[in-house]
Design a protein around this ligand. Structure first.
Ligand code: JFZ
Length: 322
């Protein structure tokens, strides 16, 4: 375990990337701003499954450049990247044979950005992890059932297309896709970043996932699998624990504004000074700072995020140790 965690303990600074179809509406639906985080727009605006899926043919992020994004992380002084392979909307940002709702099959873009990022990470000596929403999947039958109050009427309008069995969703989509992610990208991912487990994720079902993970002994995975598994890392979100986590590895994940996925109306950016103070505070307590960017539907990174990362990198080049 110590050997497996070594690079993570020294990393200190990583880039979180939330990127998916939600970058198209960018926080607005039917001409109105939808409150809340951008990547939750399908849920927050009760968008029917068919309407949400209809975003895929419009997704053509031709300005995406893996070299630029990995280069941006590098210039910021970051040592690893964690990117959304599939978020709660169920759209796979990678080439998947297991399910057709993915960027290669369902969009005019047809490229696999994860493959391109993996190649760049290898070139630029950057570690790479994949975020995978193993429990919530709002467009797959069985993936949205019995969830948190977020899915209850009257605030949320259930779509019958979401009916189905959770174990079946897990066995026919999530686990096969995780196997693809673990098999198709060479020595990456080094992290699998799970999220939002619910009571659907029983110890038995989580165990089926762990069996797959255990075939990759160097893999690091976080504490959000569910089923009682603690994983390798604590993941405080949007805050810095006062004492860190004695005896545990951890990373604080944070946004620069108030959303993970791109939202055109959110300009509430923290200052570079605040971001640097956060990094220093976290590092002094033995953790890592996983700082998020939310690329736009074009593939470009919003300018306020680029600016801040470059400024952080400049400061670190003078005052940091790497
Ligand atoms: C989850 C996601 O729902 C969200 O879209 C984003 O990906 C974020 C990184 O993770 O949201 C959470 C998960 C856990 C907590 C809060 C929000 N938490 O533990 O406080």
């Amino acid at each position: 375990k110590n050997e497996r965690m070594q690079w993570f303990r020294e990393a200190r600074f990583g880039m979180f990337i939330h990127w998916g179809l939600y970058a198209i509406p960018a926080g607005r639906w039917d001409g109105k701003e939808v409150p809340g985080i951008g990547e939750w727009i399908m849920n927050r605006a009760s968008i029917p499954v068919a309407d949400y899926k209809a975003l895929a043919p419009k997704f053509n992020p031709t300005s995406f450049s893996a070299a630029e994004i990995v280069g941006l992380a590098k210039s910021a002084g970051m040592k690893y990247i964690v990117i959304t392979a599939k978020h709660h909307d169920g759209f796979a940002m990678f080439d998947s044979k297991a399910n057709p709702f993915n960027i290669v099959q369902a969009t005019p873009f047809k490229r696999d950005p994860l493959k391109e990022i993996a190649e760049e990470c290898r070139k630029q000596n950057m570690k790479l992890g994949f975020y995978y929403s193993q429990d919530q999947d709002w467009t797959a039958p069985g993936g949205a059932a019995y969830k948190t109050g977020d899915h209850q009427p009257p605030t949320y309008h259930w779509d019958p297309a979401q009916n189905g069995s959770f174990p079946e969703y897990l066995r026919t989509k999530a686990i096969p896709q995780m196997k693809e992610l673990l098999a198709n990208y060479g020595d990456y991912p080094v992290i699998v970043w799970f999220d939002t487990p619910t009571k659907d994720m029983t110890p038995e079902l989580a165990g089926e996932i762990v069996k797959v993970l255990n075939e990759h002994p160097k893999l690091i995975w976080n504490n959000r699998l569910g089923g009682g598994y603690k994983g390798d890392t604590e993941t405080p979100e949007q805050y810095i624990p006062a004492q860190g986590y004695p005896g545990r590895d951890w990373e604080s994940c944070m946004t620069m504004n108030d959303t993970w996925g791109y939202k055109q109306d959110d300009t509430n950016f923290k200052s570079t000074e605040t971001l640097l103070r956060n990094l220093i505070d976290i590092a002094s307590k033995g953790g890592n700072y996983l700082l998020n960017i939310g690329p736009m539907a074009t593939g470009e990174v919003p300018a306020p995020e680029v600016d801040r990362l470059q400024q952080m990198g400049k400061w670190l080049a003078v005052n940091g140790e790497s």
